[in-house]
Design a protein around this ligand. Structure first.
Ligand code: S3P
Length: 447
């Protein structure tokens, strides 16, 4: 997983006709990681339907197996987990290979932090460049100890403390990964562990932990939302259905909006209000997106989305929305490139520490495709083509980043000359089947 032995797989996607069809996207990545982790900490059998079978989630499953959980794939999308109980994680015999997955790494570090376990985390070049100090700091305050590569990065060996020390921690960055790491450490810590967040970040951990029977408190305080977990919890196994991933749906939504005449229905997409910022921003830009069949699946709001090609107009995107759509900015940049007028997006410093520096990499790729952009320290200004296609004709580097690869594949649907993504292998981390799904809607790859 860490060093793909295969050769790069370049790709261009084109669309000469409208995109049409009804499709569903794979399971939500964030929810899939959490379902496996909480199942691994419950005593008994958890059944998960719709699990994302992407490389990132496989990395989580492998690590949990290495620490004693029994996890099997019964049939496509249906998984069973027999957990070890909170406090029951075992010492892994070898290093845990996290591949490309920041979520696996940071949340599993939270679990290890309050277990009497020493674990080594390794990852690919992208993950090994990402900051881990944001989790080692609070987990260190709870008693865990760390030996890291320079800059607090992977490879990293940590030893948990049992019993750990409960903590009240104000998040210095809006990060659901850091929030979740501390809450997960709190599960096996005596007393109450509290995380305070100024801006709401995705709340899947809180929702699902409640479903598993953990005592979760949520209080609005002058400093923000205080989320507490009562430690030494006993988790009860669950049956979980994972909704479709809105972060994957984002690429199909933007594709349907920018290819003239398109109309695409996406069924069963998670529309948790802590994740639906892209829908709200696109709607403000003039997008025709209808939510139907709204329902609740596994404690999460879900809807079918009917997306019709639309004339978009650039806006100033409020920075406060960033935590609710942090992974969707690359797709939004593509929508902005085809819009009328200018779209200004700020408050995105976090994008620089994702699987790649998504501001720099998107700015370079868009410019290479003939889109006028201005890179800001914490954002991007995109001057839209006003309804004309982008010139295209470039090969862009995906830089081990699945969302960069999918963004430029989508941009190529509305470009005069083809846009080639140099390597689409990273797409398998979050959206296996992306290319086939695009083809089923009418996109094609030129010979
Ligand atoms: C995730 C949280 C986000 C997001 C990532 C998944 C999660 O990261 O970018 O893809 O599952 O908690 P941050 O919390 O660091 O912003």
């Amino acid at each position: 997983m860490t060093a793909p032995p295969s050769a790069p797989e370049p790709l261009s996607l084109r669309a000469d006709t409208p995109l049409r069809g009804t499709v569903s996207v794979p399971g939500d990545k964030s929810i899939s990681h959490r379902a496996l982790m909480f199942g691994a900490l419950a005593v008994g059998e958890t059944v998960i339907d719709g699990l994302l079978e992407g490389e990132d989630v496989h990395a989580t499953a492998a690590a949990l197996r290495a620490m004693g959980a029994d996890i099997v794939c019964e049939e496509a999308g249906r998984w069973r987990v027999w957990g070890v109980g909170v406090g029951g994680l075992l010492q892994p015999a070898t290093a845990l290979d996290m591949g490309n997955s920041g979520t696996s790494t940071r949340l599993l570090m939270g679990l290890v932090a309050s277990h009497p376990v020493t674990a080594t985390f390794v990852g690919d070049a992208s993950l090994s460049a990402r900051p881990m100090g944001r989790v080692t700091k609070p987990l260190g305050l709870m008693g865990a100890s760390f030996a890291t590569a320079p800059g607090g990065r992977l490879p990293l060996t940590m030893t948990g403390r049992c019993p750990a020390v409960p903590l009240r921690y104000a998040l210095p960055v809006a990060s659901a990964q850091v929030k979740s790491a501390v809450l997960l450490a709190g599960l096996n810590t005596p007393g109450r562990t509290v995380v305070v967040e100024r801006e709401p970040t995705r709340d899947h951990s809180e929702r699902m932990l409640r479903g598993f029977g953990a005592e979760i408190t949520i209080d609005d305080t002058p400093d923000g939302r205080a989320i507490g977990v009562m430690g030494e919890a006993e988790l009860r196994p669950q049956a979980i259905t994972v909704p479709g991933d809105i972060s994957s749906a984002a690429f199909l939504i933007v594709a349907a909006l920018i290819v003239p005449g398109s109309r695409v229905t996406l069924t069963g997409v998670g529309v948790n209000p802590t994740r639906d910022g892209l829908l709200r921003v696109l709607e403000r830009m003039g997008a025709d997106i209808v939510r139907t069949n709204e329902r609740e699946v596994g404690g999460e709001p879900v809807a079918d989305l009917i997306v019709t090609a639309s004339d978009l107009t650039g806006i100033e995107v409020p920075p406060e929305v960033a935590p609710r759509m942090i992974d969707e900015y690359p797709a939004l940049f593509v929508a902005a490139a085809l819009a009328h007028g200018t779209t200004t997006m700020r408050g995105l410093a976090e994008l620089r520490v994702k699987e790649s520096d998504r501001i720099a990499v998107m700015a370079a790729g868009l410019a290479a495709c003939g889109v006028a952009v201005e890179e800001l320290p914490d954002g991007l200004v995109v001057h839209g083509r006003g309804g004309d296609p982008v010139p295209g004709g470039a090969t862009v580097a995906a830089r081990l980043d699945h969302r960069i690869a999918m963004s430029f594949a989508v941009l190529g649907l509305r470009s005069t000359a083809a846009v080639t993504v140099d390597d689409t292998r990273p797409i398998a981390t979050s959206f296996p089947g992306f290319v086939d799904l695009m083809r089923s809607l009418g996109a094609y790859s030129p010979e």
